[in-house]
Design a protein around this ligand. Structure first.
Ligand code: F6R
Length: 611
C-alpha cells in the first residue's frame, strides 16, 4: 500500500527519494509523485510506475535538499495524475503526502467547501491538507500548531509528511496507525514507510509512535505528542543488510524468497531450538508462560496467508496442548463485538506487523483486557509494539507481494510455541516431544530437498498454465495448506482457485469436476491418508485431473494421479511446513508462464494498511 519517502540534508533530495520509492514498489501502488522545495515548491506526479514519473521529470529543475515522495495505492478516487500525491495546499505553499484513510473526510470537506475551498482531486488527503491550512490561516498559528489541532479532529489512520516553501529547512510528520521510520544520518534525515529505503544510508532509526508529531531538520529531530510535550526519540539499530532487499540473481523476489526458505527456517529455529538438550527458548513466550499455559482458550487473529498459518496452529495447539483454539479473520473480529473472557489468550499473526484490520482487532481485544502474543516478521512494526509479548519469525524482508517464506517461518514459530506450551502443561509425552524437536530440526534440510524438484514442478506448471479454474483439497494439518495453495495460485496467476477440506468436496465443489478441472491434493502420508486416497478416486472417477503433493515413494497415489509433486517424509504435524513448498513453486511457474508480474500482482498490496 502507499509508500512514503522523505529526505532533508546535504544530498540532493530527488535521487534519494526516487531510489527510496523504487525500494517501496513491492508494497503495491498505482501512481507516484514527488515535491521539492528549492526557490519555491515544485510538484511532479504521474499515474503508473515510478519509472513513468522519472521519465516525466526529465529535463526539469530537480534541485533541492528537502523533499517528499509517495507511491499511492488508490482508495479515494481512481489512479490518476490528479489524485497522485503529494497534494498542494490552496495557497500553494504546502505540500503533503499521506498513507492511510481519513474516515471523516466527507464532513470536513463539506465544511471546507462552505468556506469556499475548491478541490482538485478526489482524495481524503487533499481534504486534510486544506483543513490544516484553514486552521493555520484562521488561528495565525505555525504549521506545527495547526497540524496538532487538526489531528485532534481527524478520525482514521495516517502517516503524513508536510513541507512548506516558507520553511525550507523543516519537514513535519505525524503518525497514527500507519508506519513511519526515521533514519538518522550525519546532518541528514530519511523518512520512510519501512526501513528498506533507509538502510543504505544509515542503520540508526527511530520508529515514530501513534499520536506523535516529528519536526525534522537536517541536524535535529524533535518528537512531540499531541499535547505538545517533547518525547525522547528511542534510537534503534537496524539488523538488516542491503542484500536482503535485492534480487541477488533471481528473476523475481518471489523465487528468491521461496529458495531462501531453508535459511529462513533455520534462522527461525537458530538459538531457540536445541534438539540435543530437548529445549526451546523464546523469552517472549517463557516470560508469559504462566498466563499462556493456563489459558482457557486461545483466539488467533490474522488475515490472508497469516490466517492460514493460524489454522495450522489451531490443529497443532489443540492436538499438543489440549487448549481450545479459535481462528478468526481480524476484519470480522474487530467489528463483531467478540466475547473475550478472563483467561483467554490472543495470538495475532502478521508478516508486515502493519495490517490495519489486525492492528485494530488487537486494540479491541486489549480494551477487553486480553493478553496479546504477536507473531510478527517485521522487527519494530506496529503489531510487534502493541502486543504484550511474542516472537519474531526472523524470515527477513519479504518483498514479493505473495507471502512465501514468512508463512513457513510463521508455521515454524507457532509449532515451537505449541511444543513449549504442551511441555509446560504435560500434555505431551517426553518421547513425542523429543521426536518433534528432531523433526523440526530437520525441516531446513527437507525443504532444501523439496526445492530440488523445481524443474519438475515447472514442467507440471507449464502443462496446466492455461486452465481457468483449480480446486485445492487437503485434510487435517494439510487442509490449511490447500487453502494457502489456492490463494497463492489466484494471487499471482489470476486463475480462479478454491481451497476446501477434501471431504467437503462432496457437499458442493464436486459439481465442478470434469476433464478440464485440475484438482490439487495435498496428500502426504498422515492419519487421513486412506481417506484422501478415496477422495482422489472420486475425482478420477469423474475424469478430473489430479495433481498431488505426496510423500516421496508413495506408489499408490503416484499410480492414480496425473502428476505428483513429492516431498520428503515428515511427521504429519510438521509436514505442512514442507508440503507448502511445491505449491508455492507451482503458482510461481504458472504465474510467470502466463506472463504476469508475480512480484507485484494487480490490485494487491504488500502491507494492507487500510481496512
Ligand atoms: C498473501 C498475502 C496476504 C497477507 C495478508 C496479511 O500472499 O500475503 O494474504 O498474508 O494481507 O498480511 P500480514 O501477514 O502482513 O498481516
Amino acid at each position: 500500500m502507499c509508500g512514503i519517502v522523505a529526505y532533508i540534508g546535504h544530498r540532493q533530495a530527488y535521487p534519494v527519494i526516487v531510489k527510496g520509492l523504487k525500494r517501496l514498489e513491492y508494497r503495491g501502488y498505482d501512481s507516484a509523485g514527488i515535491a521539492l522545495v528549492n526557490h519555491g515548491l515544485k510538484l511532479y506526479k504521474k499515474k503508473g510506475k515510478v519509472a513513468n514519473l522519472e521519465e516525466s521529470t526529465l529535463g526539469q529543475d530537480l534541485e533541492g535538499h528537502i523533499g517528499i515522495g509517495h507511491t499511492r495505492w488508490a482508495t479515494h478516487g481512481e489512479p490518476s495524475d490528479r489524485n497522485a500525491h503529494p497534494h498542494r495546499s490552496a495557497n500553494g505553499k504546502l505540500a503533503m503526502i499521506h498513507n492511510g484513510i481519513i474516515e471523516n473526510y466527507a464532513s470536513l470537506k463539506q465544511e471546507l467547501i462552505k468556506k469556499g475551498y475548491q478541490f482538485h482531486s478526489d482524495t481524503d488527503t487533499e481534504v486534510l491538507l486544506y483543513f490544516i491550512e484553514d486552521i493555520q490561516k484562521n488561528n495565525s498559528s505555525t504549521l506545527e500548531e495547526a497540524l496538532r489541532i487538526a489531528l485532534k479532529r481527524v478520525v482514521g489512520a495516517y502517516v503524513i509528511v508536510l513541507i512548506d516553501e516558507d520553511n525550507p529547512d523543516t519537514l513535519i510528520a505525524a503518525r497514527k496507525g500507519s508506519p513511519l521510520v526515521i533514519g538518522i544520518g550525519k546532518g541528514e534525515h530519511f523518512l520512510a514507510s519501512d526501513a528498506s529505503p533507509i538502510i543504505e544510508y544509515t542503520k540508526e532509526v527511530v520508529y515514530v509512535n501513534d499520536y506523535e508529531i516529528a519536526i525534522i531538520k537536517a541536524d535535529e529531530l524533535i518528537l512531540k505528542n499531541l499535547g505538545n510535550e517533547r518525547q525522547t526519540p528511542f534510537i534503534q539499530k537496524l539488523d538488516l543488510e542491503l542484500a536482503a532487499i535485492e534480487k541477488g540473481g533471481y528473476d523475481h523476489f518471489m523465487l528468491k524468497e521461496i529458495f531462501e526458505q531453508p535459511h529462513t527456517i533455520y534462522d527461525c529455529l537458530r538459538g531457540r531450538l536445541d534438539a540435543a538438550q530437548g529445549t526451546i527458548t523464546m523469552s517472549g513466550i517463557q516470560n508469559n508462560m504462566e498466563l499462556i499455559k493456563n489459558a482457557n482458550r486461545i483466539l488467533i487473529i490474522a488475515c490472508g496467508t497469516s490466517w492460514h498459518a493460524g489454522l495450522v496452529a489451531e490443529y497443532v495447539i489443540e492436538e499438543l496442548c489440549r487448549i481450545p483454539v479459535e481462528v478468526e479473520y481480524a476484519s470480522e473480529f474487530r467489528y463483531r463485538n467478540p466475547i473475550i473472557h478472563k483467561g483467554d489468550m490472543i495470538i495475532a499473526i502478521s508478516q508486515s506487523g502493519e495490517t490495519a484490520d489486525t492492528l485494530v482487532a488487537i486494540e479491541r481485544a486489549k480494551e477487553q483486557g486480553a493478553v496479546i502474543l504477536g507473531i510478527v516478521n517485521v522487527v519494530g512494526s506496529s503489531i510487534s509494539r502493541i502486543s504484550h509479548a511474542g516472537a519474531y519469525t526472523h524470515a527477513g524482508p519479504e518483498i514479493g507481494v505473495a507471502s512465501t517464506k514468512a508463512f513457513t517461518a510463521q508455521l515454524t514459530v507457532l509449532t515451537m510455541v505449541a511444543l513449549m506450551i504442551a511441555k509446560e502443561r504435560n500434555t505431551i509425552s517426553h518421547d513425542r516431544y523429543i521426536h518433534l524437536l528432531n523433526e523440526l530440526n530437520e525441516v531446513p534440510e527437507k525443504v532444501k530437498h523439496a526445492l530440488e524438484n523445481a524443474d519438475h514442478i515447472k514442467a507440471v506448471a507449464l502443462k496446466y498454465k492455461d486452465v481457468s479454474d483449480a480446486l485445492f483439497l487437503g485434510r487435517g494439518y494439510n487442509f490449511p495448506i490447500a487453502l494457502e495453495g489456492a490463494l497463492k495460485l489466484k494471487e499471482i496467476s489470476y486463475i480462479h482457485a478454491e481451497g476446501y477440506p477434501a471431504a467437503e468436496m462432496k457437499h458442493g465443489p464436486i459439481a465442478l469436476v470434469d476433464e478440464s478441472l485440475p484438482v490439487v491434493f495435498v496428500a502426504t502420508k498422515d492419519t487421513y491418508h486412506q481417506k484422501i486416497i478415496s477422495n482422489i478416486q472420486e475425482i478420477k472417477a469423474r475424469k478430473g485431473k489430479v495433481i498431488a503433493v505426496i510423500t516421496e515413494g508413495d506408489e499408490t497415489i503416484t499410480e492414480m494421479a496425473d502428476d505428483v509433486l513429492p516431498i520428503p517424509e515428515a511427521d504429519e504435524l510438521i509436514a505442512p511446513i514442507i508440503s507448502t513448498i511445491p505449491l508455492q513453486l507451482l503458482s510461481y511457474y504458472i504465474g510467470v508462464a502466463r506472463g504476469f508480474d508475480v512480484d507485484k500482482p494487480r490490485n494487491l498490496a504488500k502491507s494492507v494498511t487500510v481496512e
